[in-house]
Design a protein around this ligand. Structure first.
Ligand code: 3EB
Length: 338
């Protein structure tokens, strides 16, 4: 019988928790009440994102693999790789415009990916301080960010031009903190949602260049051909390309959850050539972003009902890329155990 390793797994842990025996820490993202720049810390590729108002219950996201990683710095990016998976993180300081620094950061990451040989990007997260504020040129910071990202992606051909599931969300400080995961030989497939216009095809009214990301990405480890782990992008109350239920957080939650369910559905996976189907109850490592602290109880109860009792769920109160969005949710539906 063929065997394959446990592969790449993300977990939410208390700070300083060690990986289980036989597993290795590829990368670490701490959610803090301040910003911590990308660096190798205690031998681990590490980034701290300013997402918490206080640190009474600190949460850290860790990415674990089967083989001991090699870590280092490439320009101002921190990275670690284990032969099959790459973790890479960066930070762009606050400035008048993000367009050029975002383009440069993406260029550096793409160069690193091709130099080290991890051509399949699985997932990207971006945490953007003051995401809805106008920059020095009067452009909303999120739109400015999207412009730089689109220009970077335009210059790449091959797998790097196929953008994965992403999150683009507010943060409480530190300019733009971001990280990505990539794979050497696993099968990576990017999925769309039939209820939503693909983000790269959004009309111009949302900004000069559209956001470049997929609604979900499936990662099947080498040697395993069926559905893999499905990384669901940050998902919101958008149908077609329009925000629905402005001002109503309960209804925005319903639409968001229905969008996530649709992406994972058997019908949608089959349409992408994947013979499988998942539900919201399969999601793990769920991150929930809400704009208004006072919506926490409503959002929490919608999520408690929708997701499994055993799912890890964390809540962050931050701004969301469109000022009419009150909630955004992401998660991962892992492949069933071998
Ligand atoms: C949306 O569907 C909501 O710009 O990388 C979700 C996930 C959103 C990723 C990004 C934006 C991004 O358009 C916003």
């Amino acid at each position: 019988m063929a065997t394959y390793p446990n592969g790449l797994r993300g977990r939410l842990v208390r700070p300083h928790e060690e990986p289980p025996s036989g597993r290795h820490l590829l990368g670490r993202v701490a959610f803090l009440d301040h910003h911590r720049p990308p660096a190798v810390r205690d031998g681990v590729a590490d980034l701290g994102v300013h997402l918490a108002r206080d640190e009474s219950a600190p949460v850290t996201e860790v990415w674990e693999t089967d083989a001991p990683p090699t870590s280092g710095m490439y320009q101002d990016l921190v990275y670690a790789h284990d032969g099959e998976y790459l973790f890479c993180a960066g930070q762009i300081p606050e400035g008048g415009s993000y367009r050029e620094p975002v383009r440069e950061a993406y260029d550096a990451a793409f160069d690193l990916i091709s130099e080290l040989g991890y051509p399949h990007v699985i997932r990207i997260w971006h945490f953007i301080n003051d995401i809805n504020r106008a920059n020095a040129d009067g452009m909303e910071i999120y739109r400015d960010f999207c412009l730089g990202r689109a220009e970077a992606v335009d210059r790449r051909l091959g797998p790097a031009s196929e953008m994965p599931a992403a999150t683009g969300i507010g943060s409480l400080g530190g300019g733009i903190s971001w990280y990505l995961l990539a794979s050497r030989s696993g099968r990576v497939r990017h999925l769309e949602n039939p209820l939503q216009v693909p983000a790269p095809s959004y009309p111009h009214r949302y900004g000069p260049r559209p956001p470049k990301f997929a609604r979900a990405t499936s990662l099947s480890p080498p040697g395993l051909d069926g559905a893999g782990d499905i990384f669901v992008a940050g998902t919101a109350s958008i149908l077609g390309h329009e925000t629905v239920h402005e001002g109503d957080v309960a209804k925005q939650c319903d639409v968001t959850l229905a969008n996530m369910a649709k992406v994972l559905s058997r019908e949608n996976l089959l349409a992408h050539g994947i013979d499988d189907g998942r539900t919201l109850k399969d999601l793990r490592l769920v991150k929930v972003y809400l704009r208004r602290e006072e919506d926490l109880e409503a959002v929490r109860s919608a999520c408690a009902e929708a997701f499994s009792d055993t799912a890890e769920i964390v809540y962050f109160t931050v701004d969301i890329c469109r000022s009419d969005l009150l909630v955004e949710i992401e998660g991962i539906a892992p492949r069933p155990p071998a």
